[in-house]
Write a protein that binds this ligand. Structure first.
Ligand code: P6P
Length: 346
């Protein structure tokens, strides 16, 4: 008797990852790394959702029950991410916004993937309970940087080698994703076969597949820039910004939406279309966002969804970082919208 397929088939992230491994899109090591990342995101989701409560358990600079100083949520998120990756045993090197240099993971015994991440982007929004997110990217293992780690090689030589192996162009990414902590907890992932969206079901703590092969609209009349910096922008950018306010042939100007959290602004752009931009300005010569663990992963995702990620002149994924925390200007979203700003900036 063939198994009756239930009409209400739930596909969890775990089962989805195993399926991708079965068809050979990813190997078993990558499956474990991605699964450990999703575990970190679940833990961070619960930390973020209870942040105001845990803040109430003690006054500023309170001491927690183990006698440790209470840490800021973004530092705690970094520890959660790092611990999950280290215990996966398949991560060779991690580079985080919260770490000055890449960390070579001694516990790694196979896989040796390179994982870059921003554990909690937009953390200044936490106290107001506005959306925040974690962003990650995974590069292929790089064994030579980890070579001789057992010998008494001085660690900063290893770290130097690891910096080189971490500084790869986004075009080398094998996987990228983010987890948005908002009205829903949304895990967005690409392994190079399109963009998949999973929603955390709090009933049983699993990410459930809710959208497959997301395609960003080719155009969209929503823009997300911090116009408070307008006076600091160059004239070409000002002209672009002014053009968005003209009613144009449709009789309606663009709408501004900006929540001060890249993950939230990006996710809305991915689903509704439009553009998110963080330009360079007179104060920040290279803009504010980091290439390695913010702009490159987001650009890989948006390209997998049929969109574009640019620094205003070139494809983000073609830029090779020269240092871990390098900043670049970012224009990302619908093809028509990114190409429009590139024309103004040419
Ligand atoms: P501003 C958060 O600090 C962040 O890195 C992004 O998430 C966000 O889009 C941007 O910076 C906000 O920066 O200068 O507009 O407050």
């Amino acid at each position: 008797e063939p198994r009756k397929k239930s009409s209400y088939e739930i596909i969890t992230l775990t089962t989805w990852l195993l399926k991708q491994e079965q068809v050979g899109t990813i190997d078993g090591e990558m499956t474990i790394v991605l699964s450990s990342i999703s575990t970190a995101c679940k833990q961070i989701a619960s930390l973020v959702q209870r942040a105001p409560i845990s803040n109430l358990t003690g006054v500023q600079g309170a001491v927690n029950v183990q006698g440790e100083d209470q840490k800021k949520l973004d530092v705690v998120s970094n520890e959660v991410f790092s611990n999950c990756l280290k215990s996966s045993g398949r991560t060779g090197v991690i580079a985080s916004e919260e770490e000055d240099v890449p960390v070579a993971v001694e516990e790694s015994y196979s896989g040796n993937y390179i994982v870059v991440f921003d554990p909690l982007d937009g953390s200044s929004n936490i106290d107001a309970a506005v959306s925040t997110g974690s962003i990650f990217g995974i590069y292929s293992p790089n064994d030579e940087c980890l070579a001789d780690i057992g010998d008494d090689q001085n660690l900063d030589q290893v770290e130097q080698r690891c910096i080189v192996s971490v500084c790869q162009p986004g075009s080398n990414l094998l996987a990228a994703g983010y987890c948005m902590y908002s009205s829903s907890v949304i895990f967005v992932l690409t392994i190079g076969t399109g963009v998949y969206v999973f929603t955390l079901d709090p009933m049983y703590g699993e990410f459930v597949l809710t959208q497959e092969k997301v395609q960003i609209p080719k155009s969209g009349k929503i823009y997300a820039f911090n116009e408070g910096n307008y006076a600091l922008w160059d004239d070409k950018l000002k002209s672009y910004m002014d053009s968005l306010k003209e009613p144009g042939s449709s009789g309606k100007p663009y709408s501004a939406r900006y929540i001060g959290s890249l993950v939230g602004d990006f996710h809305r752009t991915l689903l509704y279309g439009g553009i998110y931009g963080y330009p360079r300005d007179k104060k920040s010569k290279n803009g504010k966002l980091r290439l390695l663990y913010e702009c490159a992963p987001m650009s890989y995702i948006v390209e997998q969804a049929g969109g574009k990620g640019s620094d205003g002149h070139q494809r983000i994924l073609d830029i090779t970082p020269t240092e871990i925390h390098q900043r670049v200007p970012l224009y990302i979203g619908s093809v028509d919208e990114v190409e429009k700003v590139e024309k103004f900036l040419a």
